[in-house]
Design a protein around this ligand. Structure first.
Ligand SMILES: NC(=O)c1ccc[n+]([C@@H]2O[C@H](COP(=O)([O-])OP(=O)(O)OC[C@H]3O[C@@H](n4cnc5c(N)ncnc54)[C@H](OP(=O)(O)O)[C@@H]3O)[C@@H](O)[C@H]2O)c1
Length: 246
């Protein structure tokens, strides 16, 4: 049931939820491969984690690029010999009302948030199938189930992740691989702070627990799903949203 000695890939590990997931996994003794596009920010996180005793491989990779993703997984296998956990966390927003939404806003969000999950999942499946063991955790969003004005692209991508999670879970369950999605509400990260303060206040007022979530709260759930303690959970969407959506 222990995570010690496992190997995890966390996409978008340089800030916010991904960075916090990386530090919780490191604390549990997991070796990490982290990716993001900003090499400097990523290497800073890697150095901090290494200073606390973790083994970290920082790879500058864009999840929209299948070649970069495949190379990242190859490097992870070369360095650590296996990949047991994939956390598909990298994500972006490009908000606009649908009537005004530009093609590039639609495509950017679908490419990072949905195609990126496809690329990374496909890349880890072969080694996980061979090992007959693995856990994949995908970051979806409350917006993927309840919608949000100005976020049709983001809602579509996050709803897509839910279908992708369930289909993949059914394909690989017989080989001991679990695939689940975590659906946070609004969390204290750059993504939420990019919303204007009035919008933030309006959302906060609709949350029964009266506050945004913390990256730590989301990370603890992700790490639980990535551990043997959640071995009988697969194909599920686990909500963590302060009661915003029930
Ligand atoms: N914050 C929330 O309230 C909230 C709520 C529900 C769901 N989520 C989901 O949780 C995940 C993390 O959100 P967050 O708030 O922590 O976001 P964040 O603080 O904006 O961090 C996003 C991370 O993804 C990386 N990234 C973005 N595009 C990438 C790409 N093409 N390839 C590789 N890495 C990329 C970023 O690094 P670079 O920019 O350097 O690439 C960064 O490390 C996302 O999937 C988000 O949709 C967040």
């Amino acid at each position: 049931m222990t995570l010690r000695g496992k190997v995890a890939v966390v996409t978008g590990g340089s800030r916010g939820i991904g960075r916090t997931v990386a530090s919780v996994l490191a604390r549990e003794g997991v070796a990490l491969t982290l990716c993001a596009r900003d090499r400097v920010a990523l290497e800073k996180v890697a150095s901090e984690l290494e200073a606390s005793g973790a083994q970290v491989l920082a790879v500058k990779a864009d999840v929209t690029q299948a070649v970069e993703v495949n190379q990242m997984i190859e490097s992870c296998l070369e360095r650590f010999g296996s990949v047991n956990i994939l956390v598909n966390n990298a994500g972006i927003t490009r908000d606009n009302l649908l009537l005004r939404m530009k093609d590039d806003e639609w495509e950017a969000v679908l490419n990072v948030n949905l195609k990126g999950v496809f690329h990374c999942t496909r890349a880890v499946l072969r080694p996980m199938l061979k090992q007959r063991e693995g856990c994949i955790v995908n970051l979806t969003s409350v917006v993927g189930v309840m919608g949000n004005p100005g976020q049709a692209n983001y809602a579509a991508a996050k709803a897509g992740i839910i279908g992708l999670t369930k289909a993949t879970a059914k394909e690989v369950a017989s080989r001991g691989i679990t695939v689940n999605a975590v659906a946070p509400g609004f969390v204290e990260t750059d993504m939420t702070y990019a919303l204007d303060p009035e919008h933030q206040e309006r959302i906060r007022s609709q949350i029964p627990l009266g506050r945004f979530g913390t990256p730590e709260e989301v990370a603890e759930l992700v790490v639980f799903l990535a551990s043997g303690r959640a071995a009988y959970i697969t194909g599920q969407v686990i909500h963590i949203n302060g009661g915003l959506w029930m």
